[in-house]
Write a protein that binds this ligand. Structure first.
Ligand code: FAD
Length: 447
């Protein structure tokens, strides 16, 4: 096996967390490489069609996530590939942020070049070499064979804590009582939807939709999301353990992204379960699309325009790190001295075994802190973790898993990795004030 690279920072996984981590590390001057198993970046947000980004704001409308995440939105807007933050017409959050996934994939390539990040696609990390509680290298497998990449600091943004797990750091999965995780969902897009007709139907039948839908403003708002059609869904009686239709509009004017299939009881870190999930998910897509076309006003001429390249996986492994964010920390809007990211997204648990979604909103000023210690695993001195596999409880993961929060923890981890290289200090020994100052200088919101 050849040592192909020896760099400062190695980021594994090119989803929302990994993208922002790599850009942040590169901007700190660290020689950075990002390794991604697919042929494009974006993780769940592109491969599984997850959309829109949700949310950069609190329920009251205060922006709590900026930094590289906001820069991406601004630069997509400049390319005509995002309308920016829009009012959520589902009413679950204040704003949602539609974006064109293909434009996002390309913009990020430009940002990597500007930040000096080396991108290695089509490569899966399946081995981690450690010595004295330090990672020395990761081994990636791809068409070029097996390649060793050495680094000083590693950032696990695999979504599944693959690197932490392979390196022997303690990890947890699912809810405490039975380890069941949130369900998987195969997402798909439909074009040919008459959105004006859908909106008119919503205005005329408010009791068939989610109670928080902002009906008093809806007539004047661009329709961004739809949650409900309870009556139609119940009458159809499809074999899907869910109680409503959820979809978001865009990116085209006659298009929606449907988030309604549900695959429960399977483990997103087990390939046999994943294979079963792909089959169930794709069969459900056909059923739901057929139901929508036949039953829902405005969908009479709709056709499937895209189905996820893979099923959407909400939850798998998470690290059992130096601090575990709890649901009470989130709901009380608890402040931490080592806050490196904030979020205003509610607790949003798609039931691992039941029909519904359990939701709870953040009190106080509507935002909570994510402490730096949630990004630090136990027993490994040169690994940082960001994105949906940071150290939280199953319940708290139900908010930190959202893409903007993953981008924010990604920026924090990448910045910390860059600083560690500059100071020759392990991430756990960094001066937290210096890290927070550097994050603020890079536009992150920590207050
Ligand atoms: C069905 C569903 C609906 C959702 N709805 C929304 C929504 O409406 N809005 C929102 O903001 N968020 C939503 N989310 C949450 C959000 O999309 C994810 O939690 C988020 O993408 C996680 O980001 P991440 O970077 O941590 O991980 P991921 O997006 O999972 O990215 C991980 C990346 O690592 C790569 N990778 C994994 N293992 C390896 C390996 N061993 N070697 C190399 N590469 C590897 C993967 O290919 C992937 O690109 C939803 C998620 C799902 C599944």
């Amino acid at each position: 096996m050849s040592t192909w690279m020896d760099v400062d920072v190695v980021v594994i996984g090119g989803g929302p967390a990994g993208v922002n981590a790599a850009i942040a590390a590169g901007r700190q001057g660290a020689r950075t490489v990002l390794i991604e198993r697919y042929g494009f970046i974006g993780g769940m947000t592109t491969a599984a069609l997850v959309y829109p980004w949700m949310t950069f704001h609190t329920l009251e409308g205060k922006q709590v996530i900026k930094g590289i995440a906001q820069e991406i939105v601004d630069r997509l807007m400049a390319r005509g590939a995002s309308p920016g933050h829009l009012r959520d017409t589902v009413g679950f959050v204040r704003t949602i942020t539609p974006f064109h996934p293909e434009a996002y994939k390309v913009l990020v390539l430009d940002m990597f070049k500007e930040a000096g990040v080396k991108l290695i696609l089509h490569s899966f990390v399946d081995e981690v070499r450690t010595k004295d509680e330090r990672i020395e290298s990761v081994i990636l497998t791809g068409k070029s064979g097996r390649i060793e990449v050495k680094g000083k600091i590693f950032v696990d943004t695999s979504g599944d804590a693959d690197v932490a797990n392979l390196a022997g750091a303690p990890c947890l999965q699912g809810r405490d009582r039975d380890q069941l995780t949130q369900p998987m969902t195969m997402k798909f897009r439909m074009r040919g939807v008459n959105l004006a007709k859908v909106k008119q139907y919503m205005l005329e039948h408010p009791n068939e939709f989610y109670e928080k839908t902002p009906f008093d403003e809806l007539a004047d708002l661009p329709l961004t999301g739809i949650l409900g059609f309870y009556k139609h869904w119940q009458e159809a009686n499809l074999p899907i353990n869910r109680d409503q239709v959820l979809c978001f509009t865009g990116p085209e004017d006659d298009e929606v992204l449907v988030n309604t299939t549900r695959v429960q009881g399977l483990d997103g870190t087990n390939v046999e379960d994943l294979t079963e999930a792909e089959e169930q998910g794709r069969k459900q897509v056909m059923m739901v699309a057929d139901f929508m076309r036949k039953s829902l006003p405005g969908f009479e001429n709709a056709t499937i325009s895209q189905v996820g390249a893979q099923i959407g996986v909400r939850e798998t492994r998470r690290i059992d790190g130096q601090y575990t964010l709890q649901v009470d920390d989130v709901l009380s809007g608890r402040r931490f001295h080592d806050c490196v990211a904030r979020s205003g997204y509610p607790i949003d648990i798609h039931d691992p075994s039941g029909k519904g979604v359990k939701a709870a909103w953040v009190r106080g000023d509507g935002a909570y802190d994510i402490p730096y210690r949630c990004l630090l695993p136990k027993n490994l001195s040169n690994l940082l973790v960001a994105g949906r596999c940071i150290s939280t409880s199953h319940e708290a993961l139900a908010t930190t898993r959202l893409s903007p929060s993953c981008m924010a923890t990604g920026q924090a981890a990448g910045t910390a990795a860059g600083l560690s290289v500059q100071h020759g200090a392990p991430p756990g020994d960094l001066d937290i004030h210096l890290l927070k100052q550097r994050l603020r200088e890079q536009g992150a919101l920590l207050e």
